[in-house]
Design a protein around this ligand. Sequence first.
Ligand SMILES: Nc1nc2c(c(=O)[nH]1)N[C@H]1C(S)=C(S)[C@@H](COP(=O)(O)OP(=O)(O)OC[C@H]3O[C@@H](n4cnc5c(=O)[nH]c(N)nc54)[C@H](O)[C@@H]3O)O[C@H]1N2
Ligand SMILES: Nc1nc2c(c(=O)[nH]1)N[C@H]1C(S)=C(S)[C@@H](COP(=O)(O)OP(=O)(O)OC[C@H]3O[C@@H](n4cnc5c(=O)[nH]c(N)nc54)[C@H](O)[C@@H]3O)O[C@H]1N2
Ligand code: SF4
Ligand SMILES: [Mo]
Length: 717
Amino acid sequence: MNQHSLPSLTGYSACPHDCPSTCALEIDISGGRIGRVRGSSANSYTAGIICAKVARYGERAHHPDRLTQPLRRIGAKGEGRFAPISWDEALDEIADRFRGAAQVHGKEAVWPYYYAGTMGLVMRDGINRLTHAMGYSRFFSSICVNPAWSGFMAGTGRLAGPDPREMAKADLVVIWGTNPVATQVNVMTHAIRARKERGAKIAVVDVYRSPTMEQADIPVLIRPGTDAALACAIMHVLFRDDLADRAYLTEFADDPAGLEAHLEHRTPEWAQALTGLPAAEIEALAHAIGRTPKTFIRAGYGFTRSRNGAVAMHAVTCIPTVTGAWRHEGGGAFHTNSAIYRWNKTLIEGLDLLAPRFDEVDSQAGEASQGDARPRPGRQLDQSRIGDILAGDPDALAGGPPVTAMFIQNTNPVSVAPDQARVRAGFAREDLFVAVHEQFMTETAAMADIVLPATMFTEHDDLYQGGGNQYVILGPKLVEPPGECRSNHEVIGALAERLGAQHRGFAMSPREIIDWTLQATGRGTLAELEEKRFLDVQPDFATAHYLKGFNWPDGKFRLKPDWAGVPYAAPSKFGPVADMPPWPDHWNVIEEANEAYPFRLVTSPARSFLNSTFTETPSSASREKRPELMIHPEDAAALGLAAGELACVASARGEVLLHVRPFAGVRRGVVVAESIWPNRAHEGGQGINALTGADPVAPVGGAAFHDNRVRITRGEG
Ligand SMILES: Nc1nc2c(c(=O)[nH]1)N[C@H]1C(S)=C(S)[C@@H](COP(=O)(O)OP(=O)(O)OC[C@H]3O[C@@H](n4cnc5c(=O)[nH]c(N)nc54)[C@H](O)[C@@H]3O)O[C@H]1N2
Ligand SMILES: Nc1nc2c(c(=O)[nH]1)N[C@H]1C(S)=C(S)[C@@H](COP(=O)(O)OP(=O)(O)OC[C@H]3O[C@@H](n4cnc5c(=O)[nH]c(N)nc54)[C@H](O)[C@@H]3O)O[C@H]1N2
Ligand code: SF4
Ligand SMILES: [Mo]
């Protein structure tokens, strides 16, 4: 053996990123450094495949720009000048500023803000324990899943479905409004297995010829925000051509006759006018679905990021109800498995600290809670409306005090939040104190007063669950963090100590919390999970396929949903709930193009980034090249825009400069800007979310990132 070669270890972990795949990883480690990262073959969902950006994780973990020491701002806000300080100085200052904010305006002036930069349950959600213990403003997460999840639950009553591995046993896989080649590569693994092993066909419904549509047998190219119209026309054909399973509908649906009558005029020709998809293609897709019992619909998030997104998701889930495909192995609709885990998060989030708020309970319970010694929980503020909140909008502030102090972990709102002009103006406020705990100097960190260096997933212990599959995976600490990096849990604990926040969770180690959480949830112990690496918690076939009925008292799928009563925990209803259509329908609340703004802009995810993450790694940035506007060649010609020229894209909310890329894979009038580049990567410094809106999507909030009417003119270089 060569005496210079260090022994190579393989570490087992989970990908921590905000991706439904949650891959089980095998990581080469030598000399305390991350080498190659591979997908585990022992994990039947990951099946040995991961995306290219995580395979090269060493590039991110050992990036020269990683934050390694606490910093204090020395220049003007946002100028980007910082000086190193000690952890004690940094934590003392944060605690002082939080106390000061609470003294002036009350505790709700402090707003801990986080998201899913890490999906580890301890590191992501532990911040809520501090919020609850201190009575700070609570965080209502809304930026990603709300339209999709509420839309799925509106029909099924439950956020789960057939085993996603069953895609490999389907004869027709319909990949609807998701781009898995870029966003969750493992969907392709199982879909392509069905094609190879069973001759299955793959249909892809999207608004541009995405890398996933490139692989489709049946490409279904529609206009943005028209998915419910397509679903309605498909169901119209199913009823018309006797492809509906009437016996199944009678047993398992609320009002099939009502739906059939409602769909009478939702013809393929009607849908053609809305979707831009020729009626003959709609008929062909409907016949394929109607004649293939094992049709597996893999519904993604993308098509729900529109103002009618929840209605669209519900309409799509009605299709397997009309055909009865839910009954078959390899059939039904799958979106996410979030409901199957049922974690006991008491310890992670300090849920035992929460007494009901008087305004959240009925008078009887309110009386009972008067004797409750627990702190009164703070108001809940909407993540997506951070721009309005920082601007002091009384409605967004839920009638409470202004937000004057924030602590931010695992998210980069100055790049990713909608209505960026307001967000950036908010972060520039001199009276707002912001501490950001980050791995890199993101655009949010650059606006902060204090920046703290964070560990990466291989540098701390955590527990993960697969949204797009059914695995619980352990991600143990494998290497030492660089410099002075600390984990989210450590920082929350240190702040809790300084602020006098009381909860046993603060003093426990992540391993102790993981062990307690597993046991309290009935999933064994940490030692057992460590031994097995991951647990397959797939529910039984009958449950997953709703053979015993859907998750309502009468067991019947809701073809006619009760939108105001969707069982999704939210502080209130959002958006025009009362106007939501009673049946699956094209709900025309989208930003339809008009004379002033004749194009529809979609901000689909770029393949080599993951939200704002990986924009810092050189290979991802060079693969994505630069922020571009994909536009139909005839539209580009009509505007006199040549390839590579700068276009100025404007919505009612802002303007962005993008380089023109003529692209024939969109319908006329539709443009796509793959995202999310940092604002500063754009000529002029305005990023894509300067164009997007924060008006909440009905019925439980969310941002309509792919629903923007825009005007396009020649840009100034
Ligand atoms: N490479 C990469 N991977 C990612 C991410 C990333 O940014 N980049 N983000 C991660 C996160 S946080 C999430 S939530 C998931 C999301 O992953 P997905 O479920 O795939 O959702 P989106 O990424 O929003 O969009 C998917 C597709 O929807 C299309 N689309 C947009 N509007 C419509 C419409 O009206 N109708 C239809 N039919 N299609 C439409 C877009 O063009 C895009 O191709 O991906 C995760 N994985
Ligand atoms: N235009 C447009 N905008 C969008 C979208 C879109 O499709 N189009 N998608 C939206 C969606 S679906 C989402 S989910 C949001 C996501 O947007 P973000 O929440 O910003 O997403 P990420 O890039 O996943 O994570 C943010 C940060 O978390 C940090 N991080 C990772 N792990 C840790 C950790 O352990 N500790 C700490 N302290 N930090 C950590 C990373 O360094 C990264 O900078 O963006 C939304 N914005
Ligand atoms: S596909 Fe998703 S979960 Fe898997 S390694 Fe890539 S980002 Fe992580
Ligand atoms: Mo997301």
